[in-house]
Design a protein around this ligand. Structure first.
Ligand code: HEC
Length: 150
C-alpha cells in the first residue's frame, strides 16, 4: 500500500513541478504593482503619469501604443527605443512593464492573442538599442500604421 501511495506521490510531483517551474520562467502574468511603481520611478517624468506625453517632445501612448504591434518592426521598436532599452530595470521587470503599459494605455488596439514580451526577448532586443535612429524609425512605423488604419 505504502508503495502505491509513494508512486502516486511521485506522479503527482512529476505533474505539478513543471507547472510551478513555468511560473518562475518569467512567462508573464503581469505584476501590476511592480509595473506601476517602475513606471512612476523611471518613465512618467517624461511620459507623464497618464502616458499622454509632452506635445512636440514625448509622444502620446494613450489609445495608440499597441498599434505598433500591428506593423512589421513595431514589436522590436518598443524594446529598442532608448527609454526602454536603457531603462534601469532588469529584463524581466522591463518585459512586465511593457506588457502592463500595452494593456493599461491601449487595451483598445491590443489583440486578444497578444503574445506577452518575455525577459528573454527583451534581453535580446535591448542589446541593439536605437540611438539616433529612433525618431526616423518611429516615423516609418507611424506611416505603416496609418496605411493599415485608413
Ligand atoms: C528622458 C525622457 C524619457 C524617459 C525617462 C523615458 N522615455 Fe520613453 N520615450 C521618450 C521619447 C522622446 C520617445 C520617442 C522616441 C524617441 O525619440 O526616443 C519615447 C518613446 C517611448 C516608447 C515608444 C512609443 C512611441 O510612441 O514612440 C516607449 C514604449 C517608451 N518610450 C517607453 C518608456 C518606458 C517604459 C520608460 C521608462 C522605463 C521610458 N520610456 C522613459 C522619452 C523618454
Amino acid at each position: 500500500m505504502s508503495k502505491i501511495l509513494g508512486s502516486l506521490f511521485l506522479i503527482f510531483w512529476a505533474m505539478v513541478l513543471p507547472c510551478i517551474a513555468q511560473d518562475h520562467s518569467g512567462f508573464p502574468k503581469i505584476n501590476v504593482d511592480l509595473a506601476k511603481s517602475n513606471w512612476r520611478l523611471n518613465c512618467q517624468g517624461c511620459h507623464k503619469p497618464n502616458a499622454a506625453g509632452i506635445t512636440g517632445e514625448v509622444p502620446n501612448m494613450v489609445r495608440f501604443i499597441a498599434q505598433f504591434l500591428r506593423v512589421k518592426g513595431g514589436r522590436e521598436y518598443l524594446v529598442r527605443v532608448p527609454g526602454v532599452a536603457y531603462a534601469a530595470l532588469n529584463d524581466k521587470e522591463t518585459a512586465n512593464l511593457l506588457n502592463w503599459m500595452l494593456k493599461e494605455f491601449d487595451d483598445e488596439h491590443l489583440a486578444n492573442n497578444f503574445r506577452h514580451y518575455t525577459a528573454e526577448e527583451v534581453k535580446k532586443l535591448r542589446k541593439k538599442p536605437f540611438i539616433n535612429e529612433a525618431s526616423i524609425i518611429r516615423k516609418k512605423l507611424i506611416k505603416d500604421i496609418n496605411k493599415i488604419t485608413k
